[in-house]
Design a binder for this molecule. Structure first.
Ligand SMILES: [Fe+2]
Length: 433
């Protein structure tokens, strides 16, 4: 009896041990899986990093007073003015730009604003800062190719050029996109894609960026990389695509204004005129839409609508979102858009492809505004919620993309172009009578 009991006890112990071991194994399984997945994604990350290096190896290094990270910025009259900006690793003493209609230039302009990029507290002592230089050039001729060279303490850049907007008329194109904040390899690829598009379609004269350039707007290290990657948007003949900037929710801190030459005491909203027939009113969804911003918006649209064949607005957070909930700005901005018949709202932040049906008075209306976006310049894509009434009859998707706007007197063609060149959406608006 005693032996039988001992045997029973041993069997029970063995069974309990087996069960426990199995449970342990089961617990281990997901751990193993997670470890393997993490390792894979790390490998993937490393692979992407080395692939991105192939794109960036030839970019101008930030060294000494060599002009690097150049950009042309449009926040005003794009037919007659532009800000030419660049960075240097060392402070330097004299910074100027030579420019003109030929490679002999003929005009020069010293930088009106120079300064040190602000380092975030965690970067101080660990990351080298750099210096920004902004030269606002004025009295340019419309529809004209302007060659320029930047010079810092005698060190010159290569010769580059950009094309000013027309005085009037609409026979030109523009790229819009947002959210280049992560996915550095995809960011490099989409930048190269934009350079290719500019070569195929020389009528493209501007790049409206909808914001969220980087993950943490206070970190110079991240902006430094974005600014260098931006060189990939240059044509191989030295053509630079002027940027019409927007502040995104990831772009907080002083660097945004330091990079895009916006005065410290000025708001981040501005109007860019692409000639007398096209206007892009850029808004800031990081601050209240009411008060000074809505007053300014109303006065701008009132002024611009009678003059403009095409009136567009640009801001970061979507007013008719495909992924997230709407911001408080929807109820403030949209009635003003309705009143002045804005043609298109350019949106970002959602990380997807979207084109709404025309909306007016928060209802479907063929005479209303369409809202397009929502950002695919490298950031991981999200799944849109197609249940929204304003997407029923519109378009959604989840792929890296830019939007190409072809302005004409009678029509505006809006194409969503994917990284592989495929046209995901091709939509045409007819001019308002
Ligand atoms: Fe965002």
């Amino acid at each position: 009896m005693n032996n039988i009991f001992k045997l029973f006890l041993s069997l029970m112990l063995a069974f309990t041990f087996a069960l426990h071991s199995e449970a342990k194994e089961e617990k281990k399984k997901p751990k193993k899986k997670i470890t393997r997945e993490t390792k894979q994604s790390k490998e993937q990350r490393e692979k992407e990093k080395s692939e991105a290096l192939k794109f960036t190896a030839k970019l101008t290094p930030l060294k000494g007073t060599t002009p690097a990270q150049w950009r042309v910025i449009w926040t005003g009259d794009a037919a007659r003015e532009a800000t030419i900006s660049w960075s240097t690793a060392e402070k330097g003493k004299t910074h100027k730009v030579y420019y003109g209609e030929t490679k002999e230039f003929g005009s020069e302009q010293s930088c009106q604003r120079n300064g040190e990029y602000t380092l975030y507290k965690s970067e101080k002592g660990k990351v080298s800062s750099a210096y920004y230089h902004h030269s606002l050039i004025k009295n340019l001729k419309p529809s004209t190719k302007y060659y320029f060279v930047m010079e810092s303490d005698g060190v010159k850049s290569k010769t580059l050029y950009f094309i000013t907007a027309p005085e009037k008329g609409t026979d030109f194109s523009m790229i819009h996109g947002g959210d280049s904040r992560s996915g550095h390899l995809a960011r490099c690829k989409i930048n190269v894609k934009m350079a290719e598009m500019m070569k195929e379609t020389p009528k493209i004269i501007a790049f409206a960026h909808g914001g969220d350039y980087i993950v943490s707007g206070k970190k110079w290290q991240q902006w430094r990389l974005w600014l260098s990657h931006n060189e990939l948007t240059n044509g191989d003949d030295g053509r630079v695509l002027p940027i019409i900037p927007t502040r995104g929710n990831h772009d907080g801190g002083p660097l945004y204004k330091e990079i895009f030459n916006i005065d410290e005491d000025q708001p981040d909203w501005h109007t860019t005129r692409l000639g007398s027939d096209v206007a892009i009113v850029t808004l800031d969804t990081n601050v209240s839409g009411g008060g000074p911003q809505s007053k300014w918006l109303e006065s701008e649209l009132k002024r611009l609508r009678p003059q403009s064949k095409w009136l567009l607005t640009q801001y970061h957070r979507p007013l008719y979102p495909a992924v997230k909930g709407p911001p408080a700005h929807t109820k403030i901005f949209c009635p003003i858009f309705d009143k002045y018949q804005v043609d298109v709202g350019l949106e970002a932040d959602g990380h997807c492809i979207k084109r709404t049906i025309p909306i007016k008075g928060n209802k479907p209306d063929p005479s209303g505004t369409i809202y397009v976006g929502e950002g695919g310049l490298g950031v991981g894509q999200r799944k849109p919620n197609n249940k929204h009434w304003y997407l029923d009859g519109g378009v959604t998707g989840s792929e890296h993309h830019v939007m190409l706007f072809d302005f004409k007197n009678e029509s505006l063609r809006i194409r969503t172009v994917l990284l592989n060149g495929e046209i995901y959406d091709d939509h045409k608006l007819t001019v308002r009578k």
